[in-house]
Design a protein around this ligand. Structure first.
Ligand code: FRU
Length: 400
């Protein structure tokens, strides 16, 4: 377990899930609303605390009621809050986020009217008591002095800098960090068309720093000190539920694996995988639990239209009937509504591929494969309960 200090912004996120991305001037009904604490540094520290580290935030808060909400959110996330700077002038920074249900994309409209951490505030922190310092690449006028202090007081502890956007003067600070994590937004803004081109350019001037550039679906480029630039592809995720905070999750997992002594290529590989797992769930809660539970229940190669496959999901503690139907897969709870017993209690589940039905082996109830409706037998007009599944590009079937 390491002690990690993160310096950056804390934000209140209002997340509206929409069935698709809205058109300009459209009125669109959201299907869900969630208010949560956010901000890159806050999110990264939350993931680091889930990965077993002691995370402390250095950020600013206002004095309005939303700031109280943020403070209790940080505490719930087990992030230490003793280095927060409070401002009476200004309001809590707020992001209004549209989460598109079709593809998990997140569109952020950010409002801020609050000063950022001052140099004087940061200078009072005993930075040498931490094992790692992670900075958001913003607040450039103060960041320069903060990095100078950090460099002066830290003997061996690494400093990482997240470079998400192009900000005036940020390039002059690159040589102060041991690890630079670029996003493709920065590369785009600087006119680079790949992470390779960006890192090649950076490496010329900053040869003694580990470099990483994440590029969404195009994968990740990285280069260790004095090493050539390498690339790993993005992991296929299907369906993508929520990409909000995926980059912050990547950064946390990267720092975590480097702290554990992994070489950069291994750390990037793990971070890439962990960020992909995050995209399969809403929010950042219980990331470790969700990652370990994401086991497929079957693969489409095991299925055909003439027989059922009954699988047991240990995590969900239920027995599930799977069968191929036209070009999809149908999944039902293995529970006959007649007597609440499994359909294969007495014998296997017979399939009639012509009538497109399956039969309960106990009292001969026939159910449509298409929709689970009982069309003949003692529970006529009742239905098998549908089980929600998703299938990835490899044909692996997961419970939702
Ligand atoms: C996600 C996030 C949100 C926040 C926004 C700030 O990476 O940190 O939580 O609202 O970005 O830019």
């Amino acid at each position: 377990m390491a002690k990690i200090l993160g310096i950056g912004n804390t934000v209140l996120d209002t997340i509206l899930t929409t069935p698709h991305y809205p058109k300009e001037n459209q009125e669109l009904r959201a299907t869900a609303k969630k208010v949560s604490t956010g901000g890159n540094i806050n999110n990264t520290l939350y993931v680091l605390s889930q990965l077993g580290h002691e995370a402390t935030i250095c950020t600013t808060l206002a004095t309005d009621s939303e700031a109280k909400q943020l403070l209790s959110g940080l505490k719930k996330r087990l992030i230490h809050t003793e280095h927060i700077q409070t401002f009476i002038q200004g309001k809590t920074p707020h992001s209004f986020i549209t989460l598109n249900k079709e593809n998990g994309s997140r569109t952020i409209i950010h409002y801020r009217d609050l000063p950022e951490v001052t140099f004087e505030h940061f200078a009072k922190i005993a930075v040498e008591t931490f094992d790692w310092l992670h900075f958001e690449g913003r607040n450039i006028e103060n960041l320069s002095g903060m990095l100078n202090i950090a460099k002066t007081f830290l003997a061996t502890q690494p400093i990482s800098l997240e470079v998400e956007k192009s900000r005036e003067g940020i390039e002059a600070l690159f040589s102060q960090a041991n690890l630079l994590i670029f996003s493709h937004h920065y590369a785009d803004e600087k006119g680079f068309t790949s992470g390779f081109d960006l890192l090649q350019h950076i490496q010329k001037n900053i040869p003694n720093t580990k470099l990483v550039c994440t590029w969404g679906e195009k994968g990740v480029w990285f280069a260790d000190i004095n090493q050539s630039i390498q690339h790993i592809p993005a992991e296929a995720v299907y369906p993508v539920m929520d990409t909000l905070g995926a980059g912050d999750t990547f950064n946390a997992a990267l720092i975590h694996h480097l702290i554990q002594g992994s070489p950069l290529n291994e750390a990037v590989k793990h971070a890439n995988h962990f960020a992909a797992q995050k995209c399969k769930q809403f929010g950042l809660d219980n990331l470790l639990q969700a990652a370990s539970q994401q086991q497929p229940i079957a693969n489409t190669k095991q299925l055909n239209t003439a027989r059922t496959l009954v699988v047991r999901s240990k995590n969900h503690n239920q027995s599930i009937i799977l069968i191929k139907h036209q070009d999809t897969v149908k999944a039902y709870k293995n529970n006959c509504p007649h007597q609440n017993i499994p359909l294969d209690e007495a014998y296997k589940i017979d399939v009639n591929p012509f009538q497109k039905t399956i039969k309960c082996s106990v009292h001969d109830a026939f159910f449509n494969i298409e929709d689970g409706l009982c069309i003949e037998g003692p529970c006529r007009n009742e239905s098998l309960a549908t089980v929600e599944i998703t299938i990835d590009e490899q044909g692996d079937i997961y419970l939702v």
